[in-house]
Design a protein around this ligand. Structure first.
Ligand code: ARG
Length: 585
């Protein structure tokens, strides 16, 4: 089995390699090694191998044991059951491996062997609209996936496909023409909240007029045509709405501690010039056909309730373009201009049918193929405590900012209660880091595709699978390291390890593989699960193994070394989730 040679191959990888080379006649068969409760590792590969070679698995396993290289790595190996191998590694091998990790500023996390270019579509709110919990998910998950991919060496281009185009702008712009100065203020003068309330006010007022006044409705509709035709005055007013919305978006992103770059915001409007050409290419190649005046793509397996085919409409019969034409144009841009080989979309799972049809259309057109692929990382719905999609008591969507403010205020209360030597300013800063961390972690710690309940009490709990628990574990280690005085963290591979040290050490050694897997599968929850287990193993270690009062100076140093590597691993892991780890809490 080929293992990626890196600064610090994990014990898992080293053992796996040793086992497969112990049986050369098996042609480097995968020993199927995994962590186990009985020993450190269990290898189950002999069973399949015996079947293939036509031998007895127990005999085969015994042969492997006999051929296993003796030096250093393996302390004990026994054949059990029908032919499993239970392997215990030496304490020295564990400490040596960890020392190699500690010597690397990437903690031994390997780079991807063949990095490519991924264009990731994430954090895509809509202009002139309030952000809600759905936008929390596409922002938080997207940000973590960007970090994971970049860390493994992938080239990542972000695209924030904001909803900045469409018929509602006719109404808004027309209203602004008839009520000028409504959005007049100097740059930098308006807070995010004020910007959103300006937009809300305009939205409500123009909507009311639109519904009540037939003549205004007519003017609004003509304004859409002007906008699409690129009339300069109309576009300038449209830009005012976009700019006002960006003030608001950026304030929310800042609160979420997520960095968004202006050049990566390429909304629906950004593909306007490509739409006609996209339609022409699809029609000429026969991928799309005219049906009742509309340009449509049909699919064998997409049918309505009565079995009638439901097409993807690329151009409406009135000539207008919609969401699909924009996404198809964006694919052309991302593949041919940005040279992506992977297109990733962090978008609500309820848009899965749309993406399935869009991707299939792009494949038929030859824009996507075996080398250039598209994936939707579809996320589930955020639910209220009642298990229904999260709404206010009045049945309205919950404003994201309100939730974030509430999380920050609860977290600040906790920080204040526990604070020993923190200033007011520090309490406010930590409160935000803990509160936002809690919201992000709750989102990232379950598999993205699943729905989850938004439960602030649970999110900010100090015990259990929360970021607060992880942040406290980190801060506690920092405080031990501060108290260590002259004693320095030094690895001592000659020392025997206590069971809690071995368990912690073996887990620390899995960090690289965990990160690689989480990145490859776009699965931050795997990293979150790993970190929670790390903090739990550390807690056990801390309970069972005195650090500063250990028996010998060497043991103090070695335990400090374990503490420090745990802290660095927690910090790096949390950073990949986009969550801060304050030094003091
Ligand atoms: N703005 C959309 C929404 O809020 C999400 C856009 C997703 N990205 C895309 N390329 N369609 O639901």
């Amino acid at each position: 089995m080929a293992s990626v040679p890196s600064l610090a191959s994990s014990l898992h990888q080293r053992l796996s390699a040793a086992l497969s080379s112990a049986l050369p006649e098996a042609g480097a068969a995968d020993p199927l090694l995994r962590r186990s409760d009985r020993a450190d590792f269990q290898a189950n590969g002999m069973l399949a191998l015996a079947k293939k070679l036509g031998g007895n698995p127990r005999e085969l396993a015994a042969k492997v044991v006999a051929a296993l290289p003796a030096e250093g790595l393996v302390r004990d190996v026994e054949v059990s059951g029908p032919g499993f191998l239970n392997v215990t590694v030496t304490d020295g091998a564990i400490t040596e491996n960890l020392a190699a990790r500690a010597a690397d500023n990437r903690l031994g996390v390997p780079f991807k062997e063949h990095p490519g270019t991924t264009v990731i579509d994430w954090a895509q709110p809509n202009v002139a609209k309030e952000m809600h919990v759905g936008h929390l998910r596409n922002t938080v998950i997207g940000n973590s996936v960007v970090r994971l991919l970049e860390f493994t060496g992938e080239k990542v281009v972000s695209r924030h496909h904001i909803g900045d185009w469409g018929t509602q702008f006719g109404m808004l712009i027309q209203y602004l023409i008839e009520h000028p100065h409504e959005l007049d203020h100097k740059a930098g003068e308006t807070s995010g909240e004020e910007a959103m309330s300006n937009l809300n006010r305009l939205y409500k007022a123009s909507r009311a007029l639109f519904d009540a006044d037939e003549e205004f409705k007519g003017r609004a509709r003509r304004r859409v045509v002007e906008l699409q035709a690129g009339d300069p005055e109309t576009l300038a007013l449209w830009q005012k709405f976009v700019d006002e919305s960006k003030i608001y978006f950026y304030s929310v992103f800042e609160k979420l501690d997520v960095e968004i770059r202006d050049e990566d915001i390429v909304g629906e409007s950004g593909y306007n010039d490509m739409l006609a050409e996209t339609c022409r290419l699809l029609e000429e190649s026969g991928v799309a056909v005219r049906s009742e005046g509309a340009l449509c793509v049909f699919f064998d397996d997409v049918k309505g309730p009565e079995g009638n085919p439901v097409p993807l409409i690329v151009q409406k019969s009135d000539g207008g373009y919609g969401y699909a034409a924009t996404d198809l144009s964006a694919i052309r841009d991302r593949v041919f201009n940005l040279k992506a080989d992977t297109l990733l979309y962090v978008v609500d799972a309820r848009q899965s049918l749309h993406f399935k049809m869009v991707f299939e259309t792009a494949r038929r057109a030859g824009w996507l193929n075996d080398e250039v692929t598209a994936v939707q990382l579809g996320f589930g719905t955020v639910l209220g405590k009642d298990g229904k999609p999260f709404k206010t008591r009045e049945g309205e969507t919950v404003r994201l900012v309100d939730l974030l403010d509430e999380a920050i205020s609860r977290a600040s209360a906790i920080v204040r209660e526990k604070a020993q030597d923190l200033t007011e300013e520090e309490i406010a800063e930590r409160g935000a880091q803990v509160g936002i961390g809690a919201v992000k972690y709750a989102d990232l710690s379950t598999s993205a595709s699943r729905d989850y309940k938004f439960d602030l009490d649970q999110m900010v709990s100090l015990n259990g699978d929360t970021s607060v628990y992880l942040q406290y574990a980190f801060a506690r280690i920092q405080s031990i390291l501060r108290k260590a005085g002259d004693a320095a963290p030094v690895a001592h591979p000659e020392l025997a390890l206590a069971p809690a040290e071995r368990a912690l050490g073996l887990h620390l050694d899995q960090f690289g593989e965990t990160v690689r897997e989480a990145a490859a599968e776009y699965a931050p929850h795997k990293l979150a699960g790993y970190l929670y287990q790390l903090a739990s193993l550390y807690t056990t270690f801390y309970d069972q193994c005195p650090v500063l009062r250990a028996e010998t100076p060497g043991q103090v140093e070695n335990r400090l070394f374990l503490c420090e590597l745990t802290a660095r691993t927690l910090r790096q892991g949390m950073e990949l989730l986009g969550i801060r780890t304050p030094e003091k809490l």
